[in-house]
Every structure is written in C-alpha cells, then in structure tokens.
Design a protein around this ligand. Structure first.
Ligand SMILES: NC(=O)c1ccc[n+]([C@@H]2O[C@H](COP(=O)([O-])OP(=O)(O)OC[C@H]3O[C@@H](n4cnc5c(N)ncnc54)[C@H](OP(=O)(O)O)[C@@H]3O)[C@@H](O)[C@H]2O)c1
Length: 289
C-alpha cells in the first residue's frame, strides 16, 4: 500500500508520518505549494503524475475564528469544502482510497446525548459550515472513503489547548476556562494510530467518530493538565462561554458516540487522561528539553 499525505507540516500530519513510518509505510508527502487545495489544477497534476493507493488528507484551513472574517471565507470554503469534491472525484476515477478528517463543529451541540455518525449536520460557525460542505461533496462522489470526525485535538507541532494551558500555568496567577462546553480530547498519536488501524484492517468505508474515551469540559481538561504537570500556583477558574468572547460560536456538546470506532478497533480508544499523560511526559517534556 503506497500512501500520499497532504498537510504533512500540520499537527495531525506530522503524527501520521511518525505512526505510519513506524509501520514501515512508504509515504509520499507533497508540499503545500506542490498540492494546493486552493488550486485545483495542482491536484489534478498530482493525481496524474504520482503513483499511490491511498490519499490521507490532513490539509485544512483550521483557524476557526479567522473563518468568520469575510476576507478569509472563500479560501476556507475552497480548502475545507470545494477541494474535497475534487479529491473525492479524482480518487473515485483512479480507484484510490480517500481518508479525510472532519470535526465536532459540524454539529450544533444542542443534542442531549453524544453524537452518532448518522446525526444530521447543523454547524453553528463558518468553519463548521466549510467542513460540512467538504463532507457532503465526498459523500456525493461516494468513493472508497474513510471520513474520520475528531474533536479537541492536541499533539506536538501545532497550536493546541494543552500547550496553551501549560504556558499560562507557568506565567499567570489566574486563568479563566469555560465550563459549559463538554467534549472528548484527542491525542494525535491515538488518532493517527486509529487511521492506520482502519486501513490495515480494511475496515468498512464510511464515517467514523474518534476521540479518546471519556468526556470533560474545557475547565475539567485544564484542571487535569494542571494536576498532571504539577503547575499548581495558577488559579484555574470556571466561567461560562458568554464571558469569553470568540468570533466563532462553539457547540456546547461536542461528545461523540464511539461505538462504531470501538467496533472497528476491537476495543474502545484509551481514556483521555491516560493519553494526556503520554503526551505530557513523552512529547511536551522532550520538546521543552
Ligand atoms: N485541531 C483540532 O482541534 C481538530 C479537531 C477536529 C478535527 N480536526 C481536523 O483534523 C485535520 C488536521 O488538523 P490539524 O490540526 O493537524 O491542522 P493544522 O495543524 O492547521 O495543519 C493544516 C495543514 O494543512 C496545510 N494546508 C493549509 N492550507 C492548505 C492548502 N491550501 N493546500 C494544501 N495544504 C494546506 C498546512 O500547510 P501549511 O503549514 O503550509 O499552511 C498544514 O500542513 C483537519 O481536517 C481538521 O479540520 C482538527
């Protein structure tokens, strides 16, 4: 199996490289300028000129608040939405497998229960709308695809909540964190391994929800980061979302039902606290060293 990866410089892409290489996988990693999702002709050229069996797409416009800026909208829609129609079309035409990632932000967060893969999408911010458009275009082409929705992703080589909190705990005496949004944190190492497992096991194509097991609020997540790092001098205060202005609205409920990915893996994803411990002890420590 020969795999091409888009978005190799991003947080998830960097982990896909690490996890797939540990499986002795050959990886083709075209640069952003070589395959630009905002330039359809570069996609076509890549599909015509390169030999690979699976396309893993980690490329995206992920700056959620920037998506609300009118000047960024068409770029975000092209990269997260329109380009997925092209990728799905080229994969279908050439008999290749497409792996793509989406987000909890395709839901409005008003469901009382964890979200199932089959729940209707109803995004409440522009980023979510662009990502849901990408999903719809993939489904319309219906190639052999894996669409993996994930939530609250963190890992090395990216801007993420864990690193932000560690920095704040070191430098501030007080931090306010929202307590009325609940979800499932996801370590990129586990998400990359899940992706590999789906491909290696030739799991049924379709949409999968993946996060580490268990649910927590952002405040609870921050408190656990503080507990595990021992950076206890900072006062962590729970607040409502209304107190923290952000241009893009966030869903209150980002919990995923993980039954389908549990069945595909043969076991539930490991708990979020354990995954966090791995990240803090192995990765963050070595980055700081
Ligand atoms: N981060 C989260 O919390 C989260 C949560 C749920 C789902 N996801 C999904 O997971 C996937 C990976 O996210 P991430 O956090 O790893 O993203 P990221 O760190 O922002 O990386 C994005 C990657 O996409 C590349 N890229 C951006 N625009 C491009 C374009 N026009 N053409 C080609 N490449 C382009 C970037 O390259 P440059 O560095 O050159 O710009 C970078 O390699 C995305 O689909 C995202 O929606 C993320």
């Amino acid at each position: 199996m020969k795999i091409a990866l888009l978005g190799d410089t991003g947080m998830l892409g960097a982990k896909i490289i690490e996890v797939f290489k540990a499986q002795n996988q050959e990886l083709l990693t075209p640069s952003h300028s070589e395959v630009d999702l905002n330039q359809p002709h570069t996609l076509e050229k890549f599909f015509q000129s390169q030999s690979f069996d699976v396309l893993v797409n980690c490329a995206a416009f992920t700056r959620v608040d920037a998506c609300e800026e009118p000047a960024k909208f068409s770029l975000a829609l092209n990269v997260n939405g329109t380009a997925l129609g092209w990728l799905a079309k080229f994969c279908k035409k050439s008999g290749r497998i497409l792996v793509h990632y989406s987000t909890d932000y395709v839901f409005n967060g008003r469901k009382e229960e964890p979200y199932l893969e089959t729940d209707p999408m109803a995004p409440i911010n522009t980023y979510g709308r662009t990502k849901s458009q990408g999903e719809k275009l993939i489904l319309a082409e219906n190639p052999h695809f894996y669409l993996i929705r994930s939530s609250w992703v963190y890992g090395p080589k990216g801007r993420n909540f864990v690193d932000t909190m560690v920095g704040l705990f070191k430098n501030r005496s007080r931090v306010e964190v929202v307590d009325d949004q609940v979800g499932g944190p996801t370590y990129t190492g586990d998400l990359a391994q899940f992706t590999w497992d789906l491909l290696a096991k030739k799991a049924a194509p379709g949409t999968y929800h993946f996060a580490n097991s268990g649910y927590v609020s952002w405040y609870g997540f921050a408190k656990e980061i503080q507990r595990q790092t021992g950076l206890s001098r900072c006062d962590v205060v729970p607040v409502s979302s209304e107190r923290v202005f952000r241009p893009a609205e966030r869903p209150a409920n980002s919990r995923f039902d993980l039954t389908k990915s549990t069945q595909a893996l043969g076991q539930p994803p490991r708990g979020w606290e354990e995954a966090l411990k791995d990240y803090l002890t192995k990765e963050l420590k070595s980055e700081a060293a």
